[in-house]
Design a protein around this ligand. Structure first.
Ligand code: 26A
Length: 340
């Protein structure tokens, strides 16, 4: 059984340069132990530092690309296509290889000048600090999406990583408007607190189009703070987001907020009851690395959507895939393949 590329994902294809680090390294570059940021000039030495002085793992990354690989891992062949911009280099070859392993179709734009984007991932204990130099990933434009419009037309579900709000709002809105016009599904991830905080205006341009929006508790709280909601209560924030104005009134909005090992909160537009669903339990000794756990959750959830499952089942598939990913190093999925 093969799919018809019913899911299209857009965001930044990155190579993760991951290492177990220490407080000294975080301090040297002014990084918080648990964070995701865009690299500034002062961070550019980090990547070479990691290669020279730490034991690095190179993994395919980019949050929505991890989600796309996850959804394809679960679904029949030819179900998911991912678009974004890379450089003409070895890093891009590594991404192509990782996508091949799960059968994800990536339609990259290859930039002539910029190298493939990279994300330094510094692990300290259960925390991870991510510092991203977007490079080629920052060169994606709505024109590139238009060049592949037949893929957009073919898909029925669009998933956009919120990190792309720093790159191309027009590309995101092109997908959002297509979804609203054709009554297709538009799903966005909040990605990181800094997106909710510093890219609030860009984020707010997309909110009328959200059929599904996914994030974790810290992102939801950053959203609440940026919007002066005066609450840190997750169900309250989720309910607020669910009931923001909506363009396509044929679909009710669903808000999904994960909270690590705590239950996942679901709010549906117009529904007074906010629900919560438990996660798949994972033993402490089974945890290899939580990098990409949220991306995997979104991947499992998306796969459920594509199969037409209930929200409850989609959440459970997300939690199941997150657990599989946590047992792997980096944002990866186990082989031989496991089935839900
Ligand atoms: C624009 N930024 C900061 C980013 C990212 C990112 N993906 C896209 N854009 N910063 C970190 N990531 C990815 O998040 C994954 C873990 O959730 C990393 O590449 C990592 O694989």
């Amino acid at each position: 059984m093969s799919g018809q590329y019913e899911i299209l994902c857009l965001e930044n294809p990155l190579l993760d340069i991951q290492a177990v680090g220490d407080e000294k390294l975080l301090q040297k570059y002014g990084l918080k132990s648990n964070d995701a940021i865009l690299a500034e000039e002062k961070h550019m030495g980090l990547y070479e530092d990691l290669f020279q002085n730490y034991k690095v793992d190179l993994n395919a990354g980019g949050a929505a690309q991890n989600t796309a690989r996850g959804a394809q891992y679960v679904l029949p062949a030819d179900s998911v296509v991912f678009v974004g911009c890379v450089g003409k280099d070895k890093y891009a070859e590594k991404l192509v290889e990782a996508n091949k392993q799960v059968g994800l179709r990536a339609v990259y734009r290859y930039d002539d000048e910029q190298p493939t984007g990279r994300c330094g991932v510094i692990i300290t204990g259960h925390d991870r600090s991510m510092c991203t130099d977007l490079a080629a990933a920052n060169c994606y434009k709505v024109e590139h999406l238009k060049e592949n419009w037949e893929l957009v037309k073919q898909a029925k579900i669009y998933f956009v990583g919120g990190y792309h709000l720093t790159v191309s709002v027009p590309a995101i809105l092109a997908l959002a408007e297509e979804a609203a016009a054709e009554n297709k599904v538009f799903m966005l991830s909040l990605s990181a607190p800094f997106i909710c905080q510093f890219f609030k205006d860009q984020l707010d341009q997309t909110s009328p189009y959200w059929d599904y929006v996914v994030g974790n508790e810290t992102e939801a709280q950053a959203f609440a703070a940026a919007h002066d909601l005066n609450t840190e209560d997750i169900p309250t924030i989720a309910k607020h987001m669910a009931n923001l104005p909506k363009k396509n009134t044929q679909r009710k909005r669903t808000v999904i907020i994960t909270q690590g090992t705590e239950p996942t909160v679901i709010a549906i537009q117009g529904d007074d009851n906010v629900k919560s669903f438990p996660v798949h339990v994972i033993g402490k000794d089974e945890i290899a690395d939580t990098t990409g756990a949220g991306d995997a959750f979104a991947g499992g959830f998306l796969a459920g959507l594509a199969k037409g499952e209930s929200v409850e089942k989609c959440v459970d598939m997300g939690s199941w895939l997150a657990k599989l990913s946590i047992k792997e190093l980096g944002p990866a999925y186990p082989f031989p393949k496991q089935t839900y």
